[in-house]
Design a protein around this ligand. Structure first.
Ligand code: GLU
Length: 289
């Protein structure tokens, strides 16, 4: 079976050198191994994602010399599949709705932190501080019926009990240099949000599902997503999805050593192109042959 690679940008901005590194690395690895290279547009956030960014991404990838299979999978076109997966997890008793607003959660966390520490996930977001897991089923149903906004959370304790110990094979390295067989630690994420009333999915859920549906066998992405792989392994196990191999690659940093962000003009591909750079210059700058 030939390996299947993918590059999965979110069209909430234009591409920078960090994206170029990830896209070219995937493309080069696919070529060198006689594998396939797929593109996936992660556009589940209708507020931040825009068609003009998506168009700009395609242009920049073509300019870099990258070619991909069509049709491109656009996550916004697959909400029904994500909804079905959430329903399946719900039917296993692994999901509960919580009704606090973001502001309420911030206030609850501040109260807890005033009396000591409160756990945070690997992205720095506080664990859910509420007790919605204890709400009786009738009360949950009543509040959803009445139109209240809600988030659907994974009951991490129940999910861990069902899934058991999980691991993955890492061919790159985590932020601490971890490689080889890695023990997953999804508990580091607490009762994370799988879906919201207005968006029937989340980054973690759609990535886990799409990698499986697209037949991806090699997930090559930045070290900043190393810890997210623990959640993806958990969701794969719960939804009985195949498990790809992972390679988390180094991050391209700016002169001050910071991870690049969408707004960093000086390292944007469009800006570099306008300043006269060609694709060979881009490869040289990010250390690719
Ligand atoms: N869409 C994610 C991003 O742009 C990448 C997802 C992934 O590679 O798993 O950061």
């Amino acid at each position: 079976m030939s390996p299947v690679f993918r590059f999965a940008p979110s069209p909430n901005g234009t591409l920078h050198l960090g994206h170029a590194f990830s896209a070219l690395l995937n493309f080069d690895l696919a070529r060198a191994s006689g594998g396939r290279f797929l593109l996936r547009v992660e556009d589940i956030d209708p507020v931040r994602c825009r068609p003009e960014f998506e168009a700009a991404i395609y242009q920049d990838l073509v300019w870099l010399g990258i070619a991909w299979e069509t049709p491109v999978r656009r996550q916004s076109e697959h909400m029904a599949e994500y909804r079905r997966a959430v329903e399946r997890l719900s039917s296993l008793g692994l999901v509960y709705p919580s009704f606090e607003s973001r502001a309420e959660i911030t206030r609850m966390v501040a109260e807890r932190e005033a009396h000591g520490t409160w756990p945070r996930d690997p992205d720095g977001a506080p664990f859910y501080p509420g007790d919605a897991k204890l709400l009786p089923a009738a009360e949950r149903a009543r509040r959803i019926e009445s139109g209240e906004p809600y988030a659907l959370r994974l009951d991490m304790e129940a999910a861990l009990a069902r899934a058991g110990a999980l691991s993955w094979t890492e061919f790159g390295e985590g932020s601490g240099g971890e490689t080889g067989r890695i023990a997953a630690r999804p508990q580091a994420w607490g009762d994370l949000i799988l879906a919201r009333k207005e968006t029937p999915t989340s980054y973690h859920l759609s990535v886990a599902i799409d990698d499986a549906l697209q037949g991806v066998t090699e997930v090559v992405r930045g070290q900043d997503l190393f810890h997210a792989t623990s959640v993806h392994r958990l969701l794969q196990q719960l939804l009985e999805l195949p498990v790809p191999d992972y390679r988390h690659h180094r991050l391209i940093r700016d002169a001050a050593g910071h991870k690049l962000s969408k707004s960093t003009g000086a390292t944007g591909l469009r800006e570099l192109r306008a300043a006269g750079a060609d694709p060979a210059d881009i490869r040289a700058r990010i250390g690719l042959p």
